[in-house]
Ligand binder design. Structure first.
Ligand code: PBE
Length: 270
């Protein structure tokens, strides 16, 4: 109801995802920044799937809920939700998805490096793939379909990229939907070009440290400057930002659209 503040309605809880996610670290900063800490708001860790199923349940009964949200992701396609304004820019002003490689990768594998330097797509392309994967399609199959349906893009990305002749490329990623999509698309294209690509799913911290150590070459799913920022800062002397592969990403808190009086993170407090 419009007269009742949000806090008690949602038990002062923000429904989050896995603890290792950058969005969780950013949200821990949001609590004190917006005075939510004093009201004993808490961030509940779970997983993307568990968060979305709680969201689905809330929407079914038109109950209030506050979630951690990001784009590109299929949740904005599937659910009637809106981002809350973040006037203090705790989640960053303009987030993007970058490709990050170990130092030395460019020199040792210039062919594959060239491909990653040229790999640029957008939020719509990613969301389409993610939504198909969410509906149960096989991520390798959706990647292959995407490649078939986007010959112009694939041609640009592979322009001047030499045949791999079996040369190894070791990719790491965290099993978040965006990373599953970009890792499958890029690894498939490189395989078609004759590279021997391995893809290892890891937690965020080991994914970054294996690139920094040189036991992995590259990842296409670094959300910067803020979301993966703490990991980037930790390893920045040993990694290289190759390029931004997807501009216009966004990270924040979201609520169902029927929560008409809640439009900013500031509205959570009263
Ligand atoms: N995410 C999706 C991740 C990065 C990709 C926003 C949930 C995070 O670190 O928060």
């Amino acid at each position: 109801s419009p007269n009742k503040s949000v806090g008690p309605q949602v038990h002062y809880t923000i429904t989050g995802i896995d603890a290792g996610a950058g969005i969780m670290a950013s949200t821990q900063k949001v609590l004190p920044a917006y005075g939510l800490k004093q009201e004993n708001w808490q961030l509940q860790a779970s997983s993307t799937a568990a968060m979305c199923s709680q969201l689905q349940k809330s929407i079914k009964y038109k109950q209030p809920i506050v979630i951690t949200a990001w784009q590109p992701h299929w949740m904005f396609k599937k659910y009637p939700i809106k981002f809350l304004k973040d006037p203090k820019n705790v989640y960053g002003k303009s987030e993007k998805i970058d490709t990050v490689a170990r130092k030395g990768f460019a020199k040792e594998n210039p062919g594959a490096y060239k491909f990653f330097k040229q790999f640029h797509w957008n939020s719509d392309m990613m969301s389409d793939i993610m939504y198909k994967n969410f509906k149960g399609e096989n991520p390798q199959k959706t990647a292959r379909e995407f490649i078939k349906d986007h010959p112009k893009q694939v041609k640009e990305w592979t322009k001047g990229v030499p045949d791999g002749h079996g040369k190894q490329v070791r990719m790491t990623y965290v099993t978040w939907d965006d990373a599953i999509a970009s890792t499958n698309v890029t690894s498939q294209i490189l395989k078609d070009k004759g590279y021997n690509v391995t893809t290892s799913a890891m937690e965020a911290q080991p994914a970054w440290s294996s690139i920094a150590r040189g036991s992995a070459d590259v990842t296409t799913s670094a959300w910067l400057p803020v979301t993966s920022g703490p990991l980037y800062k930790k390893f920045k002397n040993k990694v290289e930002i190759v390029t931004t592969n997807c501009p216009g990403a966004k990270v924040g808190l979201a609520v169902p659209k029927y929560m008409k009086n809640v439009n900013s993170i500031e509205d959570l407090r009263n």
